[in-house]
Every structure is written in structure tokens, then in C-alpha cells.
Design a protein around this ligand. Structure first.
Ligand code: AMP
Ligand code: MG
Length: 417
């Protein structure tokens, strides 16, 4: 299959801001829907809107432990009024007696407020003398009453298609009485590392070998992204082996990810094989770390070739692959939080690429943010990621930055932390 763009005819690096929409434009959300018990639905994405079949709250109820009465029964020329106690309403045990003029009932949090009563005073602002309850006047009608339907009314759309189900959504769905939910099925992602120098952990290293770390960091990211992960191990730097691994991966997965072999080295075969058996959409980004990054298609699967350098592979995953996965999973794109913080150390650099330096973001006791880089920023130094809690975004044309200047910081979200 011919490539969409001949990589050799691409002298320019692609700005990551342009790469992301190009990348997202290549993929659709998977359309297969599965029905799950609510208990199994955490981290899945809703396949349809959820309309409420209930009012929330479903009945007027008390927000306090205290006494319920009719506001009109109070003597407003006084600061307090004595009312006659005629019964009790407990959560799950509504008051079933008869109301009389000038009466009140004892009521607990969550207990139904009977028809005919409209206001609750908290216990601390009342005095009880047997059946006579003296109430310090509340300042408004309906005080301490959670009204029927005040949060949600029947038929209202409460959660929309594309929402990822987190703990709060699980709770909202349970509040609505939803026992089963339609969600997008899990995305299948196949991953392999490439490199003759790579050895799996648990084996002895020979001269010139290193342990394969990318399979672990990417696996960590993929588990947080809630996908089904297919680990295809380490593949040697050999075009035939890579071709076989591609075909194996594309048969099983919606998305194929690899690490290494996408640069211009003599043993970098990933891009070459992709060009032969698939399609390259783009390659090489104006990103630091992360210049060698290939995107394309392999049969029916989407392909992303991450750089081999461990920091570069994590950064490109986070900045590009993660939004891609979210789109494929049918999740609505959410804005990532970026803040301004005062840099505490100088950053020396040459303009030309958007840089994602690793930093530690802190705040003082007035909430003012400052950020310090995690020291040496080599794209192979994975400890710079592990000691960081944010990326410092440095624009393409920016040169040296001096301590005290304000910089744009992207705190790690739950995927990275
Ligand atoms: P490559 O992109 O294949 O040219 O690799 C760039 C650098 O990343 C080289 O120093 C590789 O040894 C290293 N590297 C590649 N893949 C991995 C991996 N899976 N784990 C750790 N380091 C890697
Ligand atoms: Mg390599």
C-alpha cells in the first residue's frame, strides 16, 4: 500500500499542535457496545445518554435533624413560636399520622417532609419540653428542606454519551437506579518493543544490552487508560520479524503501538516496514523529547510508532496517543489543565522544537505556584519522569528562560500519577 505522505519528502518537522488534530482526524470511535452490570462499569465510556426515570430527590426530605412545621403557623411578631409535637419522620419511615394547626413533627436527615409541612428548623435552634417544641424562627420558607426534583427532574439527561464512568458517575447511576449500562467495549491495544539491545527483566545483561523498560512504562499508561493490552514482547531489529509482528498485532488489535526503530538509524526498520505493509500518515515531530514518532495504518488497525528513548516514548504517549485512545474509546475530549507558574531555575535551550521539560510544581501558603525542573533532561533519563509531577511546556521559538519568569505548566493527570 503506498504511503499517504512520502516521509522522505518531509523536510519539516510537524508541530505537535498540528500533529494532534491530524492524528485525531484519522480515527473514529469504536462502535461496538456492551452491556455491563453497574458494578463492572468503572472506567468504561457511556455509549448513550442517561435520562433520569426519577426525580431527585424523589420526595421532599429534611437536610437536618430537627423539627418540620408550616412556616405560616409561626407567630412572626415574635422571634420564636411554640408548636405541638404530633409525631416523627425517620429516614425510611415516613410520618403517617395526622397534622393539626400549629403542629410540628420530629424529623431526621433524609426523612420525608409530609405534605402540609414546608420548613425544617435544626434541632440546635429549638427547645423541647415534652410535647411543646419552641422553635427559633428560620429566615425563609422551605429552609432545610431538599425539594422534590430540585437536583434532577424525570426525563432530564443526567450523563451524556462519551462520559467516562468514574466513581462519581457510578454513584450518580446508582442514585438513578440504573442497574445495567451500555458502554463502549474496551479498546484492544497491541504493543511491542523493538531493539536488539533489549532484554527482558529477570535475565542477565551481556555487554551492550539494556533492559526493556518501555514495555513497562507503556503498560502502566495503558492500564490507566483502561484498555485491553496485548503484550507482544521484544522484537529484534529485523524487517521480517517486524513485518510478522505487525501482522500478528493488527489481527488482534484496534491500535498497534511500538517503541523504537522509527528514527533514521541503520537498524530503524519500523517506519520502513510500515511504509511497505501499511500506510504512514506522518512522521517526525517538532517535539523534544519525541522527534521520531510515526503514525499510520496497518490493515484495519491504527498504528503509532513511539520513539525508543524512554522519556520520549512516555511524552509522546501522553501528548498524542492518550487523546487518540480517548477518541477511539468514544470519550469526549476534555481540556487538559495548564497553569502559569514561576520558574525557579534557568532553562538553557535552543529554539526549534516544542519542549516538554519535566518539573516539580509546588505552591506556597498563598497558593502561588512555582516550578523547578527535575535536573538533567536527557530523553533517555526516565528518572526525570519519575521525580516529576508536571510538564513545563516551552514554545517552539523560545530560547533561554531565566529563573523568575512565568512558564506554562501541565500538571500530570491521573494517567501519569
Ligand atoms: P531507537 O528509537 O530504537 O533508536 O532507540 C533510541 C534509544 O532508546 C536507544 O538508546 C535505545 O537503546 C533506547 N531504547 C529503545 N527501546 C527501548 C526500550 N524498550 N526500553 C529502554 N530503552 C529503549
Ligand atoms: Mg532501536
Amino acid at each position: 500500500m503506498p504511503s499517504a505522505i512520502d516521509p522522505c519528502a518531509l523536510p519539516e518537522l510537524i508541530h505537535p499542535d498540528d500533529a494532534l488534530p491530524m492524528l485525531l482526524g484519522q480515527v473514529d470511535a469504536i462502535s461496538e457496545v456492551t452491556t455491563l452490570d453497574l458494578t463492572d462499569a468503572l472506567d468504561f465510556v457511556l455509549a448513550c445518554d442517561i435520562q433520569s426515570s426519577l426525580n431527585l430527590p424523589p420526595f421532599d426530605n429534611s437536610a437536618m435533624d430537627g423539627y418540620a412545621f408550616r412556616l405560616d403557623d409561626l407567630d412572626h411578631s415574635q422571634s420564636s413560636t411554640s408548636l405541638t409535637l404530633v409525631g416523627t419522620s425517620l429516614a425510611g419511615h415516613p410520618f403517617a399520622g395526622k397534622l393539626t394547626d400549629g403542629c410540628c413533627i420530629r424529623i431526621m436527615t433524609g426523612a420525608p417532609v409530609p405534605n402540609g409541612l414546608d420548613t425544617v428548623q435544626m434541632q440546635e435552634l429549638t427547645q423541647a419540653n415534652d410535647k411543646i417544641i419552641t422553635i427559633t424562627h428560620p429566615n425563609k420558607l422551605g429552609a432545610n428542606v431538599r425539594g422534590l426534583g430540585e437536583e434532577v427532574s424525570i426525563g432530564q439527561t443526567v450523563l451524556s454519551k462519551g462520559t467516562r464512568i468514574r466513581a462519581a458517575e457510578l454513584g450518580v447511576l446508582a442514585t438513578l437506579g440504573v442497574a445495567k449500562v451500555n458502554v463502549i467495549r474496551k479498546l484492544k491495544v497491541a504493543f511491542f518493543s523493538t531493539g536488539d539491545e533489549l532484554k527482558p527483566v529477570g535475565t542477565e545483561l551481556q555487554q551492550g544490552q539494556i533492559y526493556d523498560s518501555n514495555r513497562y512504562s507503556i503498560k502502566g499508561l495503558l492500564s490507566k487508560a483502561h484498555v485491553d493490552w496485548i503484550d507482544l514482547g521484544i522484537i529484534e531489529d529485523c524487517p521480517l520479524a517486524i513485518e510478522r509482528a505487525f501482522s500478528n498485532a493488527a489481527e488482534q488489535a484496534d491500535l498497534v503501538l511500538t517503541s523504537g526503530g522509527v528514527s533514521v538509524g541503520d537498524a530503524d526498520y519500523v517506519k520502513q516496514v510500515l511504509d511497505k505493509v501499511g500506510e504512514i500518515t506522518f512522521w517526525r515531530l517538532a517535539m523534544k523529547p519525541g522527534k521520531p514518532f510515526a503514525m499510520g495504518k496497518l490493515e484495519n488497525a491504527i498504528f503509532c510508532g513511539l520513539p525508543g528513548n524512554p522519556v520520549a516514548s512516555m511524552v509522546t504517549f501522553y501528548q498524542l496517543v492518550m487523546p487518540l485512545i480517548e477518541k477511539m474509546q468514544g470519550q469526549r475530549q476534555t481540556q487538559r489543565l495548564k497553569v502559569q507558574a514561576k520558574l525557579t531555575n534557568d532553562i538553557r535551550r535552543k529554539p526549534g522544537r516544542v519542549e516538554y521539560q519535566r518539573g516539580v510544581l509546588t505552591h506556597d501558603n498563598q497558593g502561588r505556584l512555582s516550578v523547578t525542573t527535575t535536573g538533567a533532561q536527557g530523553s533517555g533519563m526516565l528518572t526525570s519522569m519519575s521525580s516529576a509531577n508536571c510538564f513545563i511546556h516551552i514554545p517552539l521559538k523560545q530560547g533561554k528562560i531565566t529563573a523568575g519568569e512565568s512558564v506554562t505548566v501541565e500538571p500530570f493527570n491521573q494517567i501519569l500519577s
